[in-house]
Design a protein around this ligand. Sequence first.
Ligand code: PLP
Length: 451
Amino acid sequence: MTATDTTTSSRAYADDRAHVFHSWSAQGLIDPVVIAGAEGSWFWDEAGTRYLDFSSQLVNLNIGHQHPKLVAAIKEQADKLCTVAPIFANDARSEAARLITELAPGDLDMVFFTNGGAEATENAVRMARLHTGRHKVLTTYRSYHGATGGSITLTGDPRRWPSEPGLPGVVKFWGPYPYRSAFHAADEAEEGERALAHLADVLMVEGPQTVAAIMLETVVGTNGILVPPDGYLQGVRDLCDQHGIVMVADEVMAGFGRCGEWFAVDHWDVAPDLICFAKGVNSGYLPLGGVVVSRRIADTFAERPYPGGLTYSGHPLACASAVASINIFKDEGIIEHARHLGADIIGPTLRELADRHPSIGDVRGLGVFWAVELVKDRETREPLVPFNAVGPAAAPMNEFAGACKQRGLWPFTHFNRTHVVPPLTISDDELRAGLAILDEALEVADAHVTA
Ligand SMILES: Cc1ncc(COP(=O)(O)O)c(C=O)c1O
């Protein structure tokens, strides 16, 4: 019996197909792999087919699967106290908030806990609007901020389109993207300068006194691992200061070590007013997210109630897992390991692959957060598949992903890119083995190169 036969005949598979309504999917067209178990950077299906997880599930599994100390901490908390309402205080929640704020830059010293990233961006916008008394929010094209009503409006990718019209007052601008510059910039430095000049122009024509917040992904994740040129984030900070605008860094994907820093903003020494987090805070062992709030904004709600809340805000099980995860990161030097993986293995290997594979147009990233952008033609930079391609138009990327999976590598793909985003705990050897598979699979992409 093949792997597929075993998987598709299982009860889990049958119940899934009959009763589970999946995210973002045409329900009749999907064929989910049933995951039977996982450890470290690997997971396997019911037939025992193993995959090296180069996607960290949804770029959330920073610590890897089934870390024994993290599992133990959850069990310990479960034995002690599973749930309390948000109005009470609780030791797990208090400690998680203290640890997170100790890691955060500037005067960000309070935490509003949520169940995930979308609720974090929603609440950051609510806080910024009430703090400033203004209503507009600026976010970038090529961004993702979540799928709830407000956060999907903040989102700057096609996932927003079916939910329009959305929240009033959300205005989009272009962030920096040197490889496909919206500003015809010749290099990174010029891209950063022109992107800032563009943002200043958008503020001018929108009326800066009407703008509550500028929200951006510190390093854009799903939409391309777009690392901002040096000076760009400081420039955004300066514009916010000049106009009394709240700077919101969405670090749901980029935070907690993914970029080789606790918070990605640390890379540029910039302190936003609010940071949204989720995913890597506890590697998704339990649903958790939140907003780290500056003292100045928290003070707005010192005498006046904050008009927002969630039954599970600061859930003890989730918070205990965050405490354990942060301590494990410190004890095991996971941030340092992430930096090493990016600087010594991923970056050099991808650059070497780019020399040999004509389908590679660009490689970029930092820490364990890298994109390989695939093109048909290096000269024109025509993408391997069109923007937002589906069906036959997306075939070259699907073939590439299939070639990875056949060889036991689970890739992350989006549009014409594959991202190298394994757990931060992956070993050097595992990482090299995964990159060697990527090297082989890229031959499939090379076959689609036209020039
Ligand atoms: C940058 C960013 N913000 C927000 C979200 C939404 O998080 P969640 O799916 O936990 O709601 C995501 C999810 O991928 C994300 O990458």
